[in-house]
Design a protein around this ligand. Structure first.
Ligand code: NOJ
Ligand code: MG
Length: 532
């Protein structure tokens, strides 16, 4: 029997709230805007919406610097707006996943204000304070993920506090049981309001080495990389104690039933899968970003998929991600023609897919003029900024693509009039139609949503071929990663026995006549056995 818990069979759609839909004309997306667009998400056929942070925040890192974990920033609306969003989402059978940011708060959080006030403050030990090194410098060599030292000296007490990200984002001390209890209360606050799960920000960072040892130099570091890569993050993240912390979070969720815990984790596959935890006591889904980091060719992707499948612990449910608010857009990385191969791959691999808003219409990178840069990382380390993948959703050909009646906080792409939801939704050949049909097929065929996976041998180095199956149905997926036609002759006799269920080139005939299969340039095919 297939296990049909919603977060296994379903599909997650990430909304970056500043950029999805503005409802009040300030040029910044908001909760009411998201609610207005829930019909779109239901129409598209996704199952859950993950909303990046909307909590009160000075917005030094656009909401990933939280000043109150149990509220809504006025920019985004009110708690009532949030409750309405959840009710409207649930009415449409859409789940709501929140972004939980436990590693650090904002410098403006009352806990930190208290903590920094004096060495004897009751909240002192809620954050990570250390004496200066003997030379007066930072306590160790740890680097901020956004460049520069990860320690800032606080004049009031002469000690340094640790921040894995901006100096405006002090790390909480997860060794302190009071911190854990307070953060568990935060989880319960939102669970009681009806949320269906959490995506946990940088979960592998929560525990740091107790002795604060220096990280070792990274021999592979090259000058074009962000400064964080100068050292291997051996002591500042991915510490063994993290698994107790995660097990405790799970225990908080457990009485609430089928809620999901997703962990944001950038680690190699063998470390990543450790986050399922012993006896699956870890996160339900350790976000798998491997597709983002693997070269885009059939062989590398095929090897990755097999390696990942092999590495999964028994019962560990896979998942796949092609993009998010921190990563280059998939259409920018692989080009418009391959974006449809990416769509078919994401939605036909075994495991829960996460879609990033706008990827379904092929949004690419929007060039950001220097005077419109928003991301603090771009200011610290030019070239590493994430604004190009955070630009407003393009809905229609009205002013500002229907995103806002005001000036959008980031520019729209120049092709907004030609690339938008309204145009693509009625176009049988559009990327949006392809996404929608793939999502529909996932609902129609449990072979796709929860069935097994088998990689097929392929003598053609440009084609990745695999099978998805359950007791009733066998599907074959063949993806041409190249810009020229490719013949597949070694995966079996196709003539007669297989029917085209879907091609990324939607005008292809459904029946196959020859035993050799010729894929068109940049074509992906989904075939079903028999049934012609
Ligand atoms: C990961 C988030 O996805 C990213 O946007 C943020 O800057 C860092 N965590 C810090 O919270
Ligand atoms: Mg607004």
């Amino acid at each position: 029997m297939a296990d049909t818990v919603w977060w296994k069979s379903g599909t997650v759609y990430q909304v970056y709230p500043r950029s999805f839909q503005d409802s009040d004309g300030d040029g910044i997306g908001d909760l009411r805007g998201i609610t207005r667009r829930l019909d779109y998400l239901a129409w598209l056929g996704v199952d859950a919406v993950w909303i990046s942070p909307f909590y009160p925040s000075p917005m030094a890192d656009f909401g990933y610097d939280v000043a109150d974990y149990c509220g809504v920033d006025p920019l985004f609306g009110t708690l009532e707006d949030f409750d309405a969003l959840v009710a409207e989402a649930h009415f449409r059978r859409l789940k709501v996943i929140l972004d939980f940011v436990p590693n650090h708060t904002s410098i403006a959080h009352p806990w930190f204000v208290d903590s920094r006030a004096s060495r004897t403050s009751p909240k002192r030990n809620w954050y990570i304070w250390r004496d200066p090194a003997p030379d007066g410098g930072p306590p160790n060599n740890w680097i901020s993920n956004f460049g520069g030292p990860a320690w800032s000296r606080d004049a009031a007490t002469g000690q340094y506090y640790y921040h894995a990200f901006l100096r405006e984002q002090p790390d909480l001390n997860w060794r302190n049981p009071e911190v854990r209890a307070a953060m568990h209360d935060v989880l319960r606050f939102w669970l009681d309001r009806g949320v269906d799960g959490f995506r946990v920000d940088v979960i592998w960072h929560l525990m740091k080495d107790e002795g604060f040892r220096d990280n070792p130099a990274n021999p592979g570091f090259t000058s074009g990389q962000a400064e964080i890569n100068r050292f291997t993050q051996v002591y500042s993240a991915d510490r063994p104690e993290i698994f107790d912390v995660i097990a405790e979070m799970r225990a908080v969720l457990a009485p609430y039933g089928d809620r999901v815990l997703i962990g944001e984790i950038y680690l190699p596959v063998e470390r990543l899968v450790a986050y399922y935890g012993a006896d699956l006591a870890g996160v339900d889904l350790p976000f798998n970003f491997q597709l983002i980091q693997t070269p885009w060719n059939a062989r590398s992707v095929a090897e990755l998929v097999v390696a990942y499948e092999d590495a999964l612990p028994p019962g560990g449910w896979p998942n796949w991600v092609l993009g998010n608010h921190d990563q280059p857009r998939i259409a920018a990385r692989v080009g418009a023609a391959q974006a449809s191969i990416a769509a078919m791959l994401l939605l036909t691999l075994r495991g829960t897919p996460t879609l990033y808003y706008g990827d379904e219409i092929g949004l690419a990178h929007v060039p950001i003029p220097p005077d419109r840069v928003q991301d603090p990382w771009e200011r610290n380390e030019p070239g590493h900024g994430r604004d190009p993948e955070r630009t407003p959703m393009q809905w229609d050909d009205s002013p500002n693509a229907g995103f806002s009646v005001g000036e959008p906080w980031l520019p729209l792409s120049a092709d907004a009039v030609a690339r938008n939801v309204e145009l693509q939704c009625d176009d049988a050949r559009s990327l949006l139609t392809l996404y929608r049909r793939l999502l529909r097929l996932r609902r129609d065929y449990t072979a796709l949503s929860t069935g097994g996976f088998r990689s097929l041998p392929s003598s053609n180095a440009f084609v990745f071929a695999y099978e998805r199956h359950d007791a009733d149905t066998t599907l074959r997926i063949l993806l041409n990663f190249s810009a020229s036609p490719q013949t597949v002759s070694d995966t079996g006799a196709y003539g007669g026995a297989w029917t085209v269920l879907l091609s990324t080139h939607t005008d292809r005939a459904s029946s196959l006549h020859a035993n050799d299969l010729v894929l068109e340039a940049n074509e992906g095919l989904m075939l079903i056995r028999g049934w012609s």
